[in-house]
Design a protein around this ligand. Structure first.
Ligand code: XCC
Length: 635
C-alpha cells in the first residue's frame, strides 16, 4: 500500500511524531487490516443468524446460497438497508433529542436553553402549516415540537411524516407515494427494516431496496427536523470569517475540542467557556479558553458562531498528538474509540457525555439538558485541571490554518441573493443557471475514508467543477476538507472559479457587503444540514415549476464511509439527484442490487448512484450529467 494517507499538511507534520511516540493511528490500523475481507467488501457475507456466517462465492465455484437459502442479491440488499436503518436511527435520534429540548424550553423546564431565533421559529411553524397568529413564542414552540414529535409517533400509514411532506416538491411526493416509499413514522420505518431483514423474512432484493429507500427518506425527515429546530434553539447560520486546521489550537490557552454531532452539548460548553475564561487565566492560560471543533459538532458551532474547526473525521487523533488538547468532549457518532488510548499518552481528558455512547478509559460526565450548565461547568473545569498537567515540551501545534468564510444556510444564501433582487431573491440564481453563468450545482457531503487519500478527492473534484462554473455547496467532513484546504475563501474564488461563476459569486458577494466574491465553496453546516441544500433545490424547482430530478444538481460523497452516509446518499437518489460515490459501496457482490441502485433507480426516482474512484473522471461524469439535465430543461 503506497497510497498517501492525507493531503492535509498538519497530518503530514504529525504522523512522524506519532510514530516516534509509538502511537498507533487510524492509518496504522488500516495497514494492519490488509488484506481486508473480500466477501465483506462485496457485501456477500451474512451474519444475520447463528447458522452463519455464510458467504457467497463471487466466482461461482463455491456456494451460491447461504445455509437458509438466501442468495447474494438477498444478502447484499439486507446488509445495505440495515446500514440505512442505522444511519436513519442516528440522525433521527439526534433530531428527537433536539425536538424534546425544544418542548422542554417551551414548557419552561430547561433554564439553560432558550429560543435564539424567534423569526425562524415562526417560519418553521408556517412551513409545518401551524397557525401562529396571536400566539406567544412558547406556545408556538410547543406546537412545533409536538408536531415534530408526531413524526416519531404517527401510526397512520397513509399520512407521511410532516417534515418530509412540508419540505419537498408536490411532484416528488406524488412519485414517492406511488412507490409506497413515503415514511409515516421514523421509528416505525427503522424498526420495519430490522424486522423485514430478520432471518426468514423479506428475500426480494427489489422490495428490500425499496424498504431501504423509505428508511432513507425517514433519515431525511430526521435530519431536516434536527437542522431546523437547532436553528430555532441556537441561531440560524450567518456568514462569518473563521479558520480551520490544527493551527487553530493555541499554546497559551486551555484547548477544548468539541467532537461528535449534537449541538445540545457543544452549545452549552461554548457558553460556559465564556463564563469561565478568567478561571482558565488564573490557571496560567494567558489565552483563556479556546474552543475548537471536530467533525460535525465542529461544523455546527462553526456555521452558527464562527468557532474554528480543528479537523475532520480521519485526523481526529492528530488533534491529540499535538499534545495541546486539554479536553476532547464528545457526544455521539464518528468518535474513534482510539481517542481514549491516545489521550492517555498525554494529559488530555477524553470526556464522554451520553449514557449510550461511552468509551472505555474516558471520563464520563453524564449530560442532561435539565442540568446542562452544571454539566458543562464540570467539563470545562476538567479541561482547566488538565491544562495544569500539560507538558509544554510535548506540545507541537503544526502551523497550518486556513481562513474559512462559513455559515451559508438557506437563509444566508437567500439573504445574499436578496442584495441583488430584494423582491425576488431566487431570480438572480435562476437567471444565472438559465444563462449558463452557473452551469450547475454540486453538493459535496460525506466523510473521510482510509481507502482514499484524506481530503484529496474533495479538493481535486471541487477545483475542476469550479473551473467549469459549477456552484459548490458542502456539508460535514467534506466541508471540513474544503475549510482546511483554503477553498472557503474569496481568494479561492479568484483563483479557481471559472469566469462566469466568478462573475456571479462576485456580484452576489459584493452586493451582500462581503467586499468581494462569495467563497468558492459554500459551507452549509454539518451532515444533518444536508437538508439545507434540499431546501434551496426545492425552492428553485418550485420556482421553475419542475421537479428535483430535472435540475442540473448533483451530489458527491468522494470519501463516503459511515452508515449515515449510506442513508444520505440513498435519500439523495430518492429525491432525484444523481449521486456520486468515490469509495466502493459494499454492494457489488449482487449484480441485481448494483443495477437497481445505478440504473433502475433512474427510471423509478430520477436519481441514481454513480461510482467513480478517480476524482478527475468523477468530475467529468458529473459535468456530463449536469449538461444532460440542462439539455432536458432546454437551457
Ligand atoms: Fe462522521 Fe458527521 Fe461522516 Fe464526518 S461526514 S465522518 S458521518 S462527522 Ni457527516
Amino acid at each position: 500500500m503506497t497510497m498517501n494517507h492525507s493531503i492535509d499538511p498538519a497530518v503530514a507534520a504529525l504522523l512522524p511524531l506519532a510514530k516516534k511516540e509509538g502511537i498507533a493511528t487510524v492509518w496504522d490500523r488500516y495497514k494492519a487490516m490488509q488484506p481486508q475481507c473480500g466477501f465483506g467488501q462485496l457485501g456477500v457475507c451474512c451474519r444475520i443468524c447463528w447458522k452463519g456466517p455464510c458467504r457467497i462465492d463471487p466466482f461461482g465455484d463455491g456456494p451460491q446460497r447461504g445455509i437458509c437459502g438466501a442468495d447474494a442479491d438477498t444478502i447484499v440488499a439486507r446488509n445495505v438497508i440495515r446500514m440505512i436503518a442505522s444511519g436513519a436511527a442516528s440522525h433521527s435520534e439526534h433530531g428527537r433529542h433536539v425536538a424534546l429540548a425544544l418542548l422542554g424550553v417551551a414548557e419552561g423546564k430547561l433554564p439553560d436553553y432558550r429560543i435564539r431565533d424567534e423569526e425562524k421559529l415562526r417560519a418553521v411553524a408556517a412551513k409545518l402549516g401551524l397557525e401562529t397568529d396571536g400566539k406567544e413564542i412558547p406556545a408556538i414552540a410547543r406546537e412545533v415540537a409536538l408536531a415534530t414529535l408526531g413524526d416519531f409517533q404517527n401510526q397512520d400509514h397513509d399520512t407521511p411524516c410532516t417534515w418530509l411532506a412540508s419540505t419537498l416538491t408536490e411532484k416528488r411526493l406524488e412519485r414517492l407515494a406511488g412507490l409506497h416509499a413515503l415514511p409515516h413514522n421514523i421509528d416505525a420505518v427503522v424498526t420495519q427494516i430490522l424486522a423485514r431483514t430478520h432471518v426468514g423474512c423479506d428475500a426480494d432484493p427489489a422490495n428490500l431496496i425499496l424498504g431501504g429507500v423509505k428508511g432513507a427518506l425517514a433519515d431525511y425527515d430526521g435530519m431536516c427536523l434536527a437542522t431546523e429546530l437547532s436553528d430555532v434553539l441556537f441561531g440560524t447560520p450567518r456568514p462569518a470569517v473563521t479558520a480551520a486546521n490544527l493551527g487553530v489550537l493555541k499554546e497559551d490557552a486551555v484547548n477544548i475540542a468539541v467532537h461528535g454531532h449534537n449541538p445540545l452539548l457543544s452549545e452549552v460548553v461554548c457558553d460556559l467557556a465564556l463564563l469561565m475564561d478568567d478561571e482558565a487565566r488564573r490557571a496560567g492560560a494567558a489565552g483563556g479558553i479556546n474552543i475548537v471543533g471536530i467533525c460535525c459538532t465542529g461544523n455546527e458551532v462553526m456555521v452558527r458562531h464562527g468557532i474554528p474547526l480543528a479537523t475532520n473525521y480521519l485526523s481526529q487523533e492528530m488533534a491529540l498528538v499535538t499534545g495541546a488538547v486539554d479536553a476532547m468532549v464528545v457526544d455521539v457518532q464518528c468518535i474513534m474509540p482510539s481517542v481514549s488510548e491516545i489521550g492517555a499518552c498525554f494529559h488530555t481528558e477524553i470526556i464522554t457525555t451520553m449514557d449510550d455512547n461511552r468509551i472505555p478509559g474516558a471520563t464520563h460526565v453524564r449530560f442532561r439538558e435539565t442540568t446542562a450548565a452544571e454539566n458543562a461547568r464540570e467539563i470545562v473545569s476538567l479541561a482547566i485541571a488538565a491544562f495544569r498537567r500539560r507538558n509544554p515540551q510535548r506540545v507541537v501545534i503544526p502551523d497550518f490554518r486556513q481562513t474559512a468564510v462559513v455559515g451559508f444556510g438557506t437563509e444566508a444564501i437567500v439573504g445574499a441573493l436578496a442584495a441583488l433582487n430584494a423582491d425576488d431573491p431566487l431570480k438572480p440564481l435562476i437567471d444565472s443557471i438559465a444563462n449558463g453563468s452557473i452551469r450547475g450545482i454540486a453538493l459535496f457531503a460525506g466523510c473521510n475514508n482510509t481507502r482514499t487519500t484524506q481530503d484529496s478527492s474533495f479538493v481535486t473534484m471541487a477545483k475542476k467543477l469550479a473551473r467549469n462554473n459549477v456552484l459548490l455547496l458542502a456539508t460535514g467532513c467534506g466541508a471540513g476538507s474544503f475549510a482546511k484546504h483554503g477553498l472557503m475563501t474569496q481568494e479561492a474564488t479568484e483563483e479557481h472559479a471559472g469566469d462566469s461563476l466568478k462573475g456571479v459569486l462576485t456580484a452576489v458577494g459584493t452586493a451582500a457587503g462581503l467586499g468581494g466574491p462569495l467563497p468558492l465553496v459554500l459551507h452549509m453546516g454539518s451532515c444533518v444540514d444536508n437538508s439545507r441544500a434540499v431546501e434551496v433545490a426545492v425552492a428553485v424547482a418550485n420556482r421553475l415549476g419542475v421537479d428535483l430530478d430535472q435540475l442540473p444538481l448533483v451530489a458527491s460523497a468522494p470519501e463516503a464511509m459511515s452508515e449515515k452516509a449510506v442513508a444520505i446518499g440513498t435519500w439523495s437518489v430518492a429525491l432525484g439527484i444523481p449521486t456520486h460515490l468515490g469509495t466502493m459501496p459494499q454492494v457489488t457482490g449482487s449484480p441485481a442490487v448494483t443495477e437497481l441502485l445505478t440504473e433502475t433507480a433512474k427510471d423509478l426516482l430520477g436519481g441514481y448512484f454513480m461510482v467513480e474512484l478517480d476524482p478527475d473522471k468523477a468530475a467529468d461524469r458529473l459535468l456530463a450529467v449536469i449538461d444532460e439535465r440542462r439539455q432536458g430543461l432546454g437551457i
